[in-house]
Ligand binder design. Structure first.
Ligand SMILES: Nc1ncnc2c1ncn2[C@@H]1O[C@H](COP(=O)(O)OP(=O)(O)OP(=O)(O)O)[C@@H](O)[C@H]1O
Length: 229
């Protein structure tokens, strides 16, 4: 379960302070497939970064399963994140000089929870799960966008984290490929992963179990037309 209580994030610079998240309270159950939707600047990525432990809240509590992550220091957070969070980005961010399989193996090496002897088999199993086992020995640049995003999802699963966070994961894909990526996420949630997707997409109703709308750093109830840019 992901639990946020009174989470506020204020960015300070020499000229001004800006509160990007305003006392957000939110509970997300395990195995939910959930969207965070809002227009540009509404605080979606900031919220995702808080849940990923990439950035610290200014105030508030963030508990993920048994860990209150706002109390961890940077080293503890990095170790916790490796085991607990898989991240998928809009532009895939695969390492271009490594094959697809090596990208997954590197993620396992960084975190070092999957025994070395099991890593290669696990990489192929994950690539099979996302439908691109035949691309394992290719370089990222020779794959289509959809195939690269599948590889990035497999990489996010490499260390078997309970939570997958995705920032605009279908923003760079055509609609048919985007639906196949949604299908993979849905199946992951059906199999117990908690999947949170940040998106601008207007057409969220059928894809997700639940949609959280953000505007100006607060959770709001839509009228949809007023919220999406
Ligand atoms: N490091 C930072 N320093 C100062 N302000 C920041 C910082 N990061 C984000 N902000 C501000 O916080 C607000 C929310 O930003 P955030 O990136 O979370 O929005 P978003 O909804 O993800 O937008 P987009 O869809 O364009 O990515 C914006 O006004 C942004 O300028």
């Amino acid at each position: 379960m992901i639990y946020l209580e009174g989470v506020t994030k204020t960015f300070h610079s020499s000229e001004r302070s800006y509160t990007a998240l305003k006392t957000i309270s939110l509970t997300i159950q395990s195995a939910e497939y959930l969207a965070i939707v809002g227009k540009s600047g509404s605080g979606k990525s900031t919220l995702l970064n808080m849940i990923a432990g990439i950035d610290h809240p200014t105030e508030g509590i963030i508990r993920i399963n048994d860990t209150q992550i706002n109390e961890l220091d940077e080293d503890q957070l990095a170790r916790w994140r490796g085991k607990n969070i898989g991240i998928v980005f809009q532009f895939f961010q695969l390492i271009p000089t490594l094959t697809i399989c090596e990208n997954l193996l590197l993620a396992m090496e960084f975190v070092n929870v999957i025994p070395r002897s099991q890593r290669e088999t696990r990489a192929i199993t994950l690539l099979t799960q996302v439908g691109i086992a035949d691309q394992a020995d290719k370089m990222p640049a020779s794959l289509s966008g959809g195939q690269q995003q599948r590889a990035a999802i497999a990489r996010a699963l490499a260390n078997d984290p309970p939570v997958i966070l995705a920032d605009e994961p279908t923003g760079n894909l055509d609609s048919k490929t985007a639906s196949s990526v949604h299908q993979i996420f849905r199946e992951l949630a059906e199999n117990g992963k908690t999947v949170l997707v940040v998106t601008h997409e207007k057409d969220t109703s059928l894809k997700y179990q639940r949609t959280i709308w953000l505007a100006d750093g607060e959770i709001v109830t839509p009228p949809v037309n007023e919220i999406i840019a």
